[in-house]
Design a protein around this ligand. Structure first.
Ligand code: DX5
Ligand code: ZN
Length: 218
């Protein structure tokens, strides 16, 4: 069965001083998955958040899918910490480790969905070599919210969908909004990260519903 299309609001663009309320707002609007962007100042320049944030969200939102996106070097070193904190899925970058296959196994051993992410210039062929639970296609260069969607991503998305087959979760991340979400859905995306388009809007709940409608998501 092809996965149900879902929007994953990224808290990177949320007001951290009101994080619980902001997440509550999008959950009330129908979000069942929250995207958590972890950056280490090495793989990408900024430093963002760690397992403590995942733990705090898990404490308040028992049923929400916490989709952790590791933009960190040597992600295998942090899998246990994020799994124990309550991550539902852990996605790491193919460019960030010499041990993609082993790290996918490690994530599954810790009871989480194992996701693999690729940057805009990275060949998709790695997805022919390993079995993932989720394939994440970066549609901007990782590191910051609010960037412009890279149009060439749509062709890559079609090729990625063809490689992983119709039933796999395929996530797009970066510059996804009410305009780009529809074309991404047509090209094969099933999970749509939206940061600034949701939390930068006057009403995150309304923005979420608008993007969901653009993808044909329930
Ligand atoms: C960027 C992060 C994204 C970011 C997306 O490196 O991986 O998840 O939050 O933000 P928007 O939706 O604003 O492009
Ligand atoms: Zn992300």
């Amino acid at each position: 069965m092809p996965p149900t299309r879902r929007i994953a609001p990224s808290i990177l663009s949320a007001d951290f001083a009101r994080l619980g309320e902001q997440v509550q707002e999008v959950v009330d609007a129908g979000a069942s998955v929250i995207h958590v962007d972890v950056m280490d100042g090495r793989f990408v320049p900024p430093i963002t958040m760690g397992p403590l944030v995942v733990e705090a969200l898990r404490g308040r939102f028992a049923d929400v899918d916490l989709d952790v996106h590791l933009m960190i070097a040597d992600p295998e070193r942090q899998v246990e910490a994020f799994a124990s904190a309550g991550a539902s899925g852990i996605t790491f970058h193919a460019e960030a480790t010499a041990h993609v296959h082993r790290t996918l196994d490690l994530v599954r051993e810790h009871g989480c969905r194992a996701g693999l992410a690729v940057n805009p210039a990275t060949p998709l062929t790695v997805f022919e070599e390993v079995e993932v639970d989720l394939a994440l296609l970066m549609t901007v260069n990782p590191g910051w919210g609010g960037q412009r969607f890279i149009p060439a991503s749509l062709g890559r998305l079609e090729r990625l969908r063809a490689i992983v087959g119709p039933d796999k979760e395929v996530e797009v991340d970066g510059g996804v909004d009410a305009q780009t979400a529809g074309p991404c859905a047509d090209a094969g995306a099933s999970l749509f990260v939206a940061g600034s388009a949701v939390f930068g809007a006057g009403s995150p709940g309304d923005a979420l519903r608008t993007i969901a409608a653009a993808t044909g998501a329930g």
